[in-house]
Design a protein around this ligand. Structure first.
Ligand code: FPP
Length: 224
């Protein structure tokens, strides 16, 4: 059975679900947050060590301001209400991406990271204002600045996921088959699962089925 340490998820389909069921994209994001909470709980049950979640990409700034503001308010309230609970569950929160939000949100993100820094059960990497091409270019620039050799080891040192094993599983919900500038380096050998369901419809059972399927895959890493 394949070991499983790290699951990455592109939580796609909130907008479509919201429009279809509540006539509002934002209500889809709210429903998506409930799914997120369920998947965090199940990840702990499954003894997963790292969960990396794509919540806001560098390209998502192109959305209407009303939707962007709603998403960040949702995140702010989630952290204000739930960070103690996450901390109590020994969960570590790490933000990947560039923190260039309002002063208030930046501070809240930093204090949430600081509070949970030493936790060891599950590490949640929340990708916010994250773009993989930027991350990789930044790593090359850092190597250059330090006059280091360009090699895999040195590049990894400057990725936001340094010291974290690459994901064994990537899940993308929402019936779309693309990577959308997410973890392009780290996903080189990841098993990818595209789910038809929209993120608010995705549930623990779907998640467990993917994990079961993954565990039985023959992973060759180039060998035969
Ligand atoms: C993609 O669906 C989803 C997002 C851009 C936001 C993800 C946010 C959550 C799951 C809610 C939790 C919130 C935070 C900030 C932690 P989409 O809007 O692109 O859906 P569509 O493809 O149907 O338009």
């Amino acid at each position: 059975m394949n070991p499983l340490n790290h699951v990455a998820i592109i939580m796609d389909g909130n907008g479509r679900w919201g429009l279809k069921h509540k006539n509002s994209r934002n209500k889809g994001h709210k429903a998506g947050l409930h799914t997120l909470e369920k998947i965090i709980k199940e990840s702990i049950k499954q003894k997963i060590r790292y969960l990396t979640l794509y919540a806001f990409s560098t390209e998502n700034w192109r959305r209407p301001k009303k939707e962007i503001n709603y998403l960040f308010k949702l995140l702010e309230n989630f952290l204000l209400n739930k960070i103690n609970e996450l901390h109590g569950q020994n969960i570590k929160l790490k933000i990947i991406g560039v923190k260039n939000f309002s002063n208030k949100l930046n501070k809240l993100l930093k204090s949430s990271e600081k509070k949970t820094l030493k936790n060891t059960k599950l590490q949640i990497n929340l990708a916010l204002n994250y773009g993989s091409k930027f991350e990789i270019l930044n790593a090359f620039n850092m190597i250059n600045k330090n006059n280091d050799k360009i090699n895999e080891k040195n590049l990894r040192k400057h990725l936001q996921t340094k010291n974290i094993p690459d994901p064994e599983i990537l899940i993308r919900t929402g019936n779309t088959k693309r990577l959308s500038n997410f973890l392009l380096w780290q996903l080189a050998y990841t098993e990818i699962f595209f789910e038809k369901k929209l993120w608010p419809e995705f549930n623990e059972k779907n998640y467990i089925n993917i994990i079961k399927k993954y565990k039985t895959i023959k992973r060759n890493f180039g060998k035969i």
